[in-house]
Design a protein around this ligand. Structure first.
Ligand SMILES: [Cu+2]
Length: 125
């Protein structure tokens, strides 16, 4: 019995690897289904300062790039495009959130919590 057990281990490993590959394939398939702009590329980081300013501003990205909003202040923020093309969700102090839009053009944005804090995102090809 002891001599047959070592022979079974590689089969189990192969099955495990197959499962991992299958899961990754399904995950990648789901990701490409969610957006026609895949692969998504990590784009620039915009820091939201304590005075509710954005740095840098304006920001220019390419289609398919994401923007990471980093909250370095002490208030929560939620970055929303005026035209509704992106929404960061609530970003608590010390946290970051990624927003993505595939919509070309100039998108003024604001903070839904601090509406006077406005900025501009430009998306180009
Ligand atoms: Cu805010």
């Amino acid at each position: 019995m002891k001599s047959t057990n070592p022979g079974r281990i590689p089969i189990v490993l192969l099955l495990s690897l197959f499962s991992v590959v299958a899961i990754l394939t399904l995950a990648c398939g789901g990701d490409s289904y969610s957006s026609p702009t895949e692969p998504r590329q990590a784009g620039p980081v915009v820091t939201i300062g304590a005075n509710h300013s954005y740095s840098p501003d304006p920001i220019t990205i390419s289609v398919g790039q994401s923007v990471t909003w980093r909250n370095s202040g002490s208030d929560a923020h939620r970055i929303i495009a005026v035209d509704g093309t992106f929404d960061s969700g609530t970003i608590l102090p010390g946290y970051s959130s990624v927003a993505v839009t595939a919509s070309l053009g100039t998108h003024p944005y604001t903070c839904s919590i601090h509406p006077t804090a406005t900025g501009t995102m430009v998306v180009r090809n």
